[in-house]
Unconditional design. Structure first.
Length: 235
């Protein structure tokens, strides 16, 4: 399939209601409003096509950019490719659920995510923390440095309340993910989350969200989910 064919299929799948939901979360035109699950049949036909993924991502159409992440070849992308993608990710559903997800399946994931976390830019930081969530929730514990993750928990503890809003949300999710999916530091993550307490995330034109990673960790532990790992990151 070529760019024009994919765009036509995506447009046909668009729903006004879904479009309104995406816009309420920060998306803007152009977009069609395609539910992510509805993209699966097209993805099955294409599988992996990095050239087409790049063409789709460069359209600036939210649905096309999301679909680009599904068919991209993460290991074929360089650091500059990921920087280019994050530059174009204008709101969190792109930074955290397209770029961060794609990056998490690459061999340079931690290296790039570390750089983004240190950038001081809200969506780059958010994508960096989110990438670690996808990594920790999928890869074996032995693939991570315990001291590094421990240091990251300290950074969250010391900075989360003063961080940009989307970064706060991603940091909170990191706390939760370490607490459930990275068993060596489960107790430290739970203690850190308890010390942090409730985190307020302010949202444009909406009520604030109040996040509590400690409570979320305890709920999952009670369900027997400690050590949970995803089989797949991308849909």
């Amino acid at each position: 399939m070529n760019l024009e064919m994919v765009m036509q299929e995506l447009e046909a799948l668009g729903k006004e209601r879904t479009k309104k939901i995406y816009i309420s979360n920060g998306a803007h035109e152009p977009l069609f409003g395609v539910a992510t699950g509805a993209m699966k049949p097209i993805a099955k036909k294409i599988k992996i096509d990095q050239r087409l993924a790049e063409e789709l991502y460069s359209t600036g159409n939210y649905d096309a950019m999301y679909f680009a992440g599904i068919i991209a070849d993460p290991k074929a992308m360089t650091e500059s490719d990921y920087d280019r993608w994050i530059d174009a990710a204008y709101f969190y559903m792109l930074s955290d659920f397209v770029v961060a997800v794609t990056l998490s399946e690459s061999d340079i994931a931690q290296e790039v995510a570390d750089k983004w976390i240190a950038s001081g830019e809200e969506l780059r930081m958010s994508a960096g923390w989110s990438c670690y969530c996808w990594l920790l929730g999928n890869r074996l514990d032995v693939e991570f440095s315990e001291s590094k993750i421990s240091n990251m928990l300290e950074i969250v503890k010391n900075t989360i309340h003063d961080s940009p809003e989307r970064t706060k949300s991603a940091m909170n999710n990191f706390l939760y993910t370490v607490g459930i999916s990275y068993v060596p530091l489960h107790e430290m993550a739970a203690e850190t989350a308890k010390a942090i307490g409730t985190v307020e995330v302010k949202r444009d034109k909406k009520k604030s969200s109040f996040l509590n990673a400690y409570e979320s960790i305890q709920k999952e532990v009670d369900k027997g989910k400690l050590g949970f790992k995803r089989k797949h990151v991308r849909c």
